[in-house]
Design a protein around this ligand. Structure first.
Ligand code: GTP
Ligand code: ZN
Length: 316
């Protein structure tokens, strides 16, 4: 039978069959995904092959195969430094909720998020939330940012999770897709989820309560079906995407507007920093590229890893 993994605890998996029935599943023997040293071989969002086994009056599923993933999001395991934990697989869209000042979302944070989604091959969309609270100047700033990121190729939308503004458009984007929400604490992720589906709060509350019982509460991602025909992956305790290991040389490739110019740089391994005859620096000088993007780029190349991780993980 074919199914989709809705929850993974490391030993048990909740799988929904194509016929729409949920099964508690275990993994058959030991199998590993090629090239991934992971503490959890099966992740939320995986499509799997499984067979039903009945032992006594108990029916469980045995997962025998994982389909090839379109993408996956990982993070380093806390204890086993060489191992990684797959947070989710086959994510169609990653929404980044952005607010200007409550809380502030800086362009460096947006750019790091976008670099990560590029590296993961996940479509990213910027949702400028709380537009009901902005004055004229702030609206102009949102428009400036939206124009900047649209020019690079990212979809942008101004919304209000509170008043419902453009929520129908968000739903349209999400139709038949698997979606993850990211953004600083307080940008409105829960409010948006509830605007999309008011009954969702109950489902997620129940889960969080379960998690808070233990001392060492490991948090597991979980997928939820929304009534209008979309799925969201909730990742309690993980605010953003894991840390992708990147070589200095490849970071520029995840800035699409820099990548587009790379061919014109004198050196084919140009880092666009000190090198002469650099098409990226030329374009910057001519104001064809945004300085804020370049600033983020340099920060990432120079490796501000600690700061990055603090941005992404919630403090305990
Ligand atoms: N005015 C206004 N307030 C909003 C909007 N969206 C969210 N809020 C408010 O912002 C505050 C934070 O919203 P949450 O939905 O809890 O934010 P969150 O991103 O889920 O926060 P964490 O759970 O800490 O990650 C709440 O008081 C919301 O009512 C909006 O569009 N307009
Ligand atoms: Zn260059």
């Amino acid at each position: 039978m074919k199914g989709l993994v809705y929850k993974s605890t490391g030993s048990w998996y909740t799988v929904k069959s194509n016929a729409g029935k949920f099964y508690d599943c275990r993994i058959k023997g030991k199998f590993r995904m090629e090239g991934i040293k992971s503490t959890n071989p099966v992740a939320v969002g995986d499509t799997v092959e499984f067979e039903i086994e009945t032992i006594g009056d108990e029916t469980i599923g045995i997962i025998s195969k994982i389909d090839k993933r379109d993408n996956y999001i990982i993070r380093k395991s806390v204890n086993l430094s060489k191992q990684t934990h797959i947070i989710a697989a086959n994510v169609d869209i990653a929404f980044l909720l952005v607010t200007l000042n409550n809380p502030p979302t800086f362009t460096t944070f947006i750019d790091r998020f976008l670099v990560t989604t590029e590296a993961y091959h996940i479509k990213a969309v910027l949702l400028f939330n709380k537009i009901d609270t902005y004055n004229e100047d702030e609206i102009l700033e949102v428009k400036y940012l939206a124009a900047l990121y649209r020019s690079i190729g990212y979809e942008c939308l101004g919304i209000s999770a509170e008043t419902g503004k453009n929520i129908d458009k968000v739903k349209e984007m999400m139709q038949d897709k698997v979606v993850m929400f990211s953004g600083h604490s307080g940008v409105g992720k829960s409010t948006l989820a509830n605007a999309l589906e008011p009954t969702l709060e109950l489902k997620t509350k129940k889960i969080s309560a379960q998690h808070s019982q233990g001392q060492h509460t490991t948090t597991f991602a979980e997928m939820y079906d929304l009534d209008f025909g979309a799925k969201i992956i909730d990742t309690p305790g993980i605010k953003g995407f894991g840390v992708v290991e990147m070589e200095k040389e490849e970071i520029g490739d995840y800035f699409p507007e820099f990548f587009a110019l790379k061919q014109e740089c004198k050196f084919n391994n140009c880092l666009h920093i000190e090198e002469p005859k650099c098409a990226v620096k030329d374009a910057l000088e001519e104001d064809k590229l945004a300085w804020s993007r370049y600033k983020s780029y340099v920060q990432i190349v120079e490796g501000d890893e600690e700061h990055f991780r603090k941005d992404i993980y919630e403090k305990k």
